[in-house]
Design a protein around this ligand. Structure first.
Ligand SMILES: [Zn+2]
Length: 167
């Protein structure tokens, strides 16, 4: 099983490397920022942004969508752990653009007999997703008013970033 492989790698050096890298670090991110991106396994945000342990909060989900739970984490990140900036990064070639919410919900209902209570929050266009995420964060009552938010679309082949200005 693949989980066994992960645990083998943990024992084979992962544990010791992480313990060494985190030694002496505070829980609050030293760069005072939080990064939200997609769970896509091709994205290595540590390498992409030259991150080291202790630098930032990293949030990842399907699509890099600003969901209720992302807002929950960001409110805690800002109010309890001192972050003041958010970087949103969606990407080209995202799996979330390959189905619609209605299609996926219908597929789940057909296979299980249950309609999910949550929306998949798929999107056809990554830039639109980022723009809506920025707007949602800027209008959230619990995030700090001094927060700075920027959003980008990552080209999944060249790994260049294109900034998104919300509508
Ligand atoms: Zn994706």
């Amino acid at each position: 099983m693949s989980n066994d492989e992960l645990l083998r790698r943990h024992d084979a050096g992962g544990r010791d490397r992480c313990a060494g890298a985190a030694a002496g670090l505070a829980a609050a991110p030293s760069l005072h920022t939080a990064l939200l991106t997609c769970m896509d396994c091709r994205i290595d945000e540590q390498t992409l942004f030259g991150l080291e342990p202790g630098d930032v909060h990293v949030l990842r989900n399907a699509g890099g969508v600003v969901t209720d739970d992302v807002v929950r984490s960001l409110v805690i990140s800002q109010r309890k752990l001192g972050t003041r900036e958010v970087l949103l990064v969606a990407h080209t070639g995202c799996g979330m653009a390959t189905f619609t919410d209605d299609e996926f919900s219908e597929e789940l209902a057909r296979e299980t007999g249950l309609v999910p209570s949550w929306r998949p929050q798929s999107f056809a266009d990554a830039a639109t997703n980022v723009g809506r995420g920025i707007t949602r964060l800027r209008t959230d009552p619990f995030l700090l008013p001094e927060m700075s938010v920027r959003g980008f679309v990552l080209d999944i082949e060249t790994f260049t970033l294109t900034e998104v200005t919300p509508a």
